[in-house]
Design a protein. Structure first.
Lengths: 640, 241
């Protein structure tokens, strides 16, 4: 028993370091760092580069990687990204850091080389010394982890409580405007906070590498687990975050004592423990009505922010030429391209349908759901199951299974209705990870990674016909979305998006509107998932990983989360671009599109509308400029 | 012939916009050293926006602000504060989760050498704060919070204090304390820019007066010229009282 606790405390200590760092940056700069895992990976990879690949002495490598490279990375990211985020909308704040988490790891791999073997040493000298106190086993790595947490807690508490620097950080949490008016630069304080947070991220990454492996997935999973402790702490309370993190680690470890280590159930339950923790705390907070958006800063900060934001500009929806042209171009692709590229285009169009659900729920409804990919996965698996095991015709199976998934989405929508934006994002991501662990990885669906065979309809077996079929479905659903937008129901959705209180005073029910959005979005996502399965001719659980869903969202928001054709462009780009790079460029460049997608989302921090909207505006500005140049000329002509 | 000293604060054509809406338009005035200016106006006239623009919290779209001969237009609030302009914002200008003592430490964060003396002075001006120094500022009464806010300004020898609706929501006795401490600050050579919705006390305190209406200066002049009929014309009978 004791040995389970010892191992659990080590895991919990790493969670605690991560959770502490997330809480401190969130309360002091208003940014919830979804890129924490990516930053941890970057530092751990750099440490590996110095220590293992270049044979630096361990202490020197550790100091340079964790003590210099980590904070340096934090400072750099603050300067180019986090600094711009404080005043942005919650959606942009979340998506920009997600973009960073998408772009950073492949960038690191591109520079330092892809690792084949993910086992990495920790901070203990090799071979790792092992001690046996009280009949249990503790190794040097675990001792170092305990020591690291103790040092972080003592130094962190000391800094925050008793120094002027800590005082400034706490003042910044209370009110940025007042801090500035006390003669303290909030920028410099935030810079320090991000440097420290990056140092902790690096420390957590290096410490977790020996057990979780030096891989992006391992690190991202670590971060997602730490989210649970952060949610338990209601995003603010540091001691609670640390305590819950430690408890989570111990529970994860002790539970293994009672489970058969080789059973499939154990393989599903153990990684789900943090997410079950999060679910319990979320429901508790939501029931007590304490999971709304915490107001950032003081009254003065809110006053300035509201004034700076001004009124939202009306979105211009007049143009229909550009969408039709885009649709036409995509329709021509299957007719002119060869079979390989046509297949990819078909996949892209199927994906576009799934992305259309993000357009609906995020772009239209303003709800930041990170689990559209999970609904797509449900739709795909259910449709494939009906087709392969019950002999249904494929298209009917897609339609019926999409209808079956709708209640899940509605239930999630009702559950999250009273939660703040950030909580909604975290809940939906957790839901996705739970579904991944508990449903998608079941042998019945997973099938050692092959998924379930999903035949296409007999008249659409070749890629060209299938691509056109998928495009037709996309066009129908897209038209439906456009019509929904113009309908009274669509107006209600927009009204609720901009002001819930205002909509209530008009007598609009928030619940029916949100249920409508989540039902339609879930249906569209599931249809998209079904078509993805048709495109691959198999429902592959691995392709519906929630972390891939983050990339989906990054691509979509980069292109533009509101225009319907945005989903089409994003879907085709997501499916086709990587192959373009793989085919025509050296293999090490294969990850470049992912980096570009990520950076596209990062750039939202500066241009919150997305690329399409930005270019449309630039074109309009250009034509207005040309008109304004012509007008004086005409006026002069009149005079003459 | 007297040589007029250069103004402590010179504002020229200051314009502030929130989106498409003009909050301030072409506001021009001077504050001479060691003087007091009352800025009056009805709700939404742009008084608080003026204060925020002067202290750097909201960026002006046009115009200049020169403080002690230095152009501070577009400077950050912390730089303007270090130059000696202290803005006491509307509402309670304290850090609610920090203790009274920590609030006073924050006020002196940019000049740590004279911190001990400054804190002593704060307790001298407002002895009530000494007893509460370990209490979180958010748990103080409204009057005590306003004292703390004022103390944060008066303990550090500023050149100019902008006091935005300091008497709002205070008991009459506390209002007396606020005006008394501002009077003492003036006696020590501090210039005061006072924003008030209730005009008569402000006029009794200041030497010059500026009436804002819909973001523009509607009237300006010495407080002795600002008779009751002028005020009721611009501010309405209720506020002029």
């Amino acid at each position: 028993m004791l040995s389970y606790v010892v191992a659990g405390l080590a895991l919990g200590a790493i969670y605690a370091i991560a959770a502490a760092s997330l809480v401190v940056t969130h309360v002091s700069s208003g940014v919830f760092n979804f890129a924490f895992g990516a930053m941890a990976f970057a530092v751990a990879r750099f440490y590996y580069f110095l220590y293992v690949e270049h044979g630096w002495p361990l202490p020197l490598a550790a100091v340079v990687a964790i003590g210099l490279f980590g904070p340096g990375l934090g400072v750099l990211l603050y300067a180019v990204l986090f600094r711009h985020l404080r005043l942005r909308s919650p959606l942009v704040r979340i998506v920009a850091t997600i973009g960073l988490s998408v772009a950073l790891p492949p960038l690191v791999n591109l520079v330092l080389g892809q690792l084949v073997n993910v086992t990495a040493p920790g901070l203990a000298p090799q071979p790792v010394a092992v001690f046996r106190p009280f009949g249990t086993v503790v190794d040097m790595n675990q001792l170092i982890i305990y020591a690291a947490l103790s040092v972080v807690l003592v130094v962190g508490t000391g800094l925050l409580r008793y120094t002027d620097t800590g005082l400034k950080v706490r003042a910044l949490v209370d009110s940025e405007a007042l801090t500035a008016m006390s003669g303290v630069s909030p920028t410099r304080v935030s810079l320090g906070v991000w440097a420290f947070s990056a140092l902790l991220a690096g420390l957590a990454g290096v410490l977790v590498a020996p057990t979780a492996g030096l891989s992006v997935d391992g690190m991202t999973f670590l971060m997602a687990a730490a989210f649970a402790a952060v949610v338990a702490a209601r995003l603010r309370n540091l001691p609670t975050a640390v305590a819950v993190a430690l408890a989570m680690g111990v529970v994860t470890s002790v539970i293994q004592r009672y489970l058969d280590a080789d059973s499939a159930l154990s393989a599903q339950i153990v990684p789900s423990v943090p997410f079950l923790f999060m679910l319990v705390f979320l429901i508790a907070h939501a029931l007590r009505g304490r999971a709304g958006d915490a107001p950032a800063g003081g009254a003065l900060d809110r006053a300035i922010r509201a004034e700076a934001a001004g009124a939202p500009t009306a979105t211009n929806r007049s143009g229909f030429v550009a969408p039709l042209v885009t649709l036409g171009v995509v329709a021509c692709l299957p007719l002119v391209l060869d079979d390989f590229w046509t297949g990819l285009t078909g996949t892209g169009i199927a994906l576009a349908t799934a992305l259309l659900s993000c357009t609906l729920v995020t772009g239209e409804g303003g709800m930041i759901w990170l689990c559209q990919i999970t609904f797509a996965g449900f739709g795909a698996l259910l449709a494939a199951d009906l087709t392969a095991n019950s002999g249904w015709p494929p298209l009917a199976a897609v339609l019926v299974s999409a209808l079956c998934v709708v209640p899940v989405g509605v239930a999630l929508g009702l559950l999250t209705i009273r939660l703040g934006n950030l909580y909604v994002a975290l809940v939906t991501l957790t839901f996705g990870l739970l579904a991944q662990n508990l449903v998608f990885l079941r042998d019945r669906f997973y099938n050692s990674g092959q998924g379930i065979y999903m035949p296409r309809p007999e008249w659409a077996l070749d890629n060209r016909t299938f691509a056109l079929l998928a495009l037709a479905v996309f066009a129908v659903l897209g038209l439906f979305v456009v019509n929904l937008r113009r309908s009274t129901a669509g107006l209600a959705v927009t009204a609720v998006r901009w002001s819930e209180a205002g909509s209530r005073t008009l007598g609009l029910g928030i619940v029916p509107v949100k249920v409508l959005v989540s039902a339609v979005a879930t249906f569209v996502a599931a249809v998209g998932g079904g078509f993805l399965a048709l495109a691959y001719q198999s429902a592959l659980p691995d392709s519906f990983n929630p972390f891939t869903g983050l990339v989906w969202l990054a691509v979509l928001v980069t292109v533009g989360a509101r225009p319907v054709v945005g989903a089409l462009v994003a879907g085709v780009a997501f499916a086709v671009l990587p192959s373009v790079f793989q085919t025509y460029l050296p293999t090490r460049w294969a990850e470049v599109p992912v980096i570009l997608f990520g950076f596209g989302a990062v750039m939202l921090a500066r241009n919150p509308e997305g690329i399409i909207a930005m270019h449309a505006r630039q074109l309009r500005d250009l034509s207005r400029w040309r008109q304004s140049r012509r007008e004086p000329a005409i006026a002069q002509g009149d005079l003459a | 012939m007297t040589v007029t000293a250069p103004p402590l604060l010179a504002v020229r054509d200051l314009t502030v916009r929130y989106g498409a809406a003009h909050a301030l338009r072409d506001v021009t005035f001077d504050v001479p050293p060691n003087s007091a200016l009352a800025v009056l106006g009805p709700n939404g006239a742009g008084k608080s926006t003026l204060a925020r623009a002067l202290s750097g919290l909201v960026p002006p779209v046009a115009g200049t602000v020169v403080f002690e001969g230095r152009d501070v237009t577009g400077s950050t609030p912390d730089a303007i504060r270090r130059a000696g302009l202290v803005h006491l914002p509307e509402g309670r200008g304290v850090f609610p989760s920090l203790t009274v003592m920590e609030n006073l430490r924050m006020a002196t964060a940019c000049d740590r050498r004279r911190r001990a003396a400054a804190v002593d002075r704060a307790f001298e001006i407002f002895p009530a704060l000494r007893e509460r120094q370990r209490q979180a500022a958010g748990t103080l009464s409204g009057g005590e919070q306003q004292m703390l806010s004022l103390a944060r300004a008066l303990m550090v020898d500023p050149r100019l204090v902008i006091a935005d609706e300091l008497s709002l929501g205070l008991a009459p006795k506390m209002v007396d304390v606020v005006f008394e401490s501002l009077r003492r600050a003036r006696a020590a050579g501090v210039a005061v820019l006072m924003i008030e919705q209730f005009a008569s006390r402000a006029l009794g305190f200041a030497d010059h007066c500026l009436v804002l209406q819909r973001g523009r200066i509607a009237w300006s002049g010495g407080t002795d010229e600002a008779g009751p009929e002028l005020l009721s014309r611009y501010l309405g009978d209720a506020t002029a009282a």
